[in-house]
Design a protein around this ligand. Sequence first.
Ligand SMILES: [Zn+2]
Length: 380
Amino acid sequence: MKQPQSSEQSIYFEPLLPWQQSVWDNLTSRYDRLPHGLLFAGMQGIGKRGFVWRFVAWLLCDNREQVIANSTHGACGYCQSCQWLQAGTHPDLQVLPNSSLPTIDQEELKTSAKKSKGSKSSQKNTNKLPLEPAKTSIKVDDIRALQPFMSQGSSGRRVCVIDNADMMTVAAANALLKTLEEPRDGIHLLLVTDWPTKLLPTIRSRVQQVAINHIQLDKVAGYLTEYVMHNKSIEFENESQLSEQIKQALKLANGAPLAALDMLSSEWYSLRDTWIKVWLAIRVGKRSSIAASDYWQKNLSLDAFIKLSEIMLMDFSRQSLGLKPLQLDLKLEEYASIHELTLDSIQQVMTVIEDLKLARYQNVQDKMAYDRLLSELATL
Ligand SMILES: [Zn+2]
């Protein structure tokens, strides 16, 4: 069993997650035959980016030859290359978008979170595994700016990471295609995406997909249980109850281990009971939807409230289809009101949620979004 990730380590040198071992072995054993372009694709919360940064460090490490004998090792952590990575100044690494580069600030954040350990909320932060960064679109000028780096002659290895590659504009993707068609020796182009189907087929056909999304589920539940027990990041009664909680969260997160862990330690997940109570109260008119909106505005961020509502509506849909709910701990089947719901009416609220998500990018006021969703839920 691997040690769970520690907040003291840089993301470049963190241990592999257990379900990534075979992918790592496969990739690192092909060092001399690695294709020019590699694609790391899979849904959010499976640990892709942690894997990619570890791989980048290993590719560039001056002592790779020494550590290669045992391929479970990543980079050495102390050579010039490894030090440059930690300082965020590696001359042989380019990252798009810039905000995706792991920086010293992030390392400092981790350290300060550790120092302020004590309150419940800061402990949660310390123990949180890294999730995905915010998305920025990648434009043709960004790709053009990479060209000198991609075409310069050099004896060593150079790596270019394009994170959220699905966010490339068509012009950007076409510019990148040229680079992929005419690879230079020693250059590794690593594309990362949560949405591989959004990549242009011409790009997809020029890169080799790494099987990072093949998760050996048998290795996941045990690892997460041990991680939680070690870090005490979630409250639980006993080991078997924790194990049930983890299994449930994994189902809700479509099997993405880190997303499940993030869900379990999130504030909204512990408010699922409250969501039902508030919904029942507005449905029978005991509480106005405006009052309910005020309540949620004070208690949960809009993104979290939307996530919470989505999970609840997903299980409502299952009920109305005659399927068992995924959230067994809530005993949803005991609420008669849920059985009365039609799939159409649930779908209507889901559509409103999709609208609200889009509106988030147009800076629609949060209050309006809460009000709209709650008034919609009142009519459900
Ligand atoms: Zn090194």
